[in-house]
Ligand binder design. Sequence first.
Ligand SMILES: Cc1cc2nc3c(=O)[nH]c(=O)nc-3n(C[C@H](O)[C@H](O)[C@H](O)COP(=O)(O)OP(=O)(O)OC[C@H]3O[C@@H](n4cnc5c(N)ncnc54)[C@H](O)[C@@H]3O)c2cc1C
Length: 348
Amino acid sequence: MNLEEYKGVYVFAQQVDNEISSIAFELLGKAKDLAKDLNTEVTAMLLGSGIKGLADQLAEYGADKVIVVDDPELKEYRTEPYAHALASIINQYKPEIVLVGATAIGRDLGPRVSARVATGLTADCTVLEIGDFPLQAVPGQEQLHNQLLMTRPAFGGNTIATIACPYNRPQMATVRAGVMQKIDPIKGAKAVVEEFNPGFTPDNKYVEILDIVKSVVDTVDIMDAKILVSGGRGVGSPENFKLLEDLADVLGGTVSCSRAVVDSGWKPKDLQVGQTGKTVRPNVYFAIGISGAIQHVAGMEESDIIVAINKDADAPIFDVADYGIVGDLNKIVPKLTEALKAEIAAAK
Ligand SMILES: Cc1cc2nc3c(=O)[nH]c(=O)nc-3n(C[C@H](O)[C@H](O)[C@H](O)COP(=O)(O)OP(=O)(O)OC[C@H]3O[C@@H](n4cnc5c(N)ncnc54)[C@H](O)[C@@H]3O)c2cc1C
């Protein structure tokens, strides 16, 4: 493998039902930073059926070029044709870096593609940067520059590992949703579109989709919420979450929770914040009766303002909180709700 042949930062632009997923825009934002450091371009890979019209949206979020594979075989996500299309693009264009969202689709697709193109993949990254490998020069070992350094929690979140892929290309990573920042859209940007046909040979061993049943969710996705009122085991019972719902109602916020709450069956997994839940970045995050375990903090520490309420003054959540209230949530939360209600009424 001649590593010099591999150029450019490529992003798998996931779309579902011909709507580009938010993660694609987040990855383009990060790809732009990486491409700047490497003095190269950002290319989005858009796969689907009837999706050509979406290319300009990708340009608005930072893609210099969009490679489009538009084929009826790609109407719904299926592992085999998608893996074939993506691996074919990589073999043809030889990108230096390939980023894929760590969504259900990306977690299925990324490793298959990396195996087909014979390279490594670091899953579930939270930080990506360009740097040296090894990080510190080792006598007798060549230190390689301009490597993709991929950082992710390891050993159950108890440590953070930085991983490189120095001897193979492309360097591939899946990246958690909500971690990277989109750029402000460049209105009216037009994509340079290149259509690519990887040559599909329909195979009777392909998965056949007989029916699609969509789950109906009537709550706001916590990743989009501006205000999150998050409860932990300290809330005490599912019924007691009413206190948090009242606070969220007054603020126009959404309730979320820790894993302990999900494990206890008090709230659905969709509402879990943290390493094995969702990464959130609201304007305000209330952590109520949450101890602040590293795996929880990993999912909310980028919030603009963190307010913690906990009866234990030594709880680690106070280390990341901007404002902390030590005391019993059963007393504090109703008082806070009433005070905010009065404040909002007075401001009207
Ligand atoms: C591999 C792995 C992945 C994980 N992923 C996640 C994840 O994604 N998200 C996540 O949240 N956790 C995750 N965890 C679990 C994590 O380690 C903690 O166990 C969990 O976050 C604890 O939840 P908690 O803070 O709600 O409960 P606890 O740790 O039990 O804390 C409860 C807190 O409530 C306070 N409290 C109790 N009563 C009151 C009261 N009346 N008033 C005020 N405060 C009160 C207590 O002082 C305490 O600080 C993961 C663990 C592992 C090993």
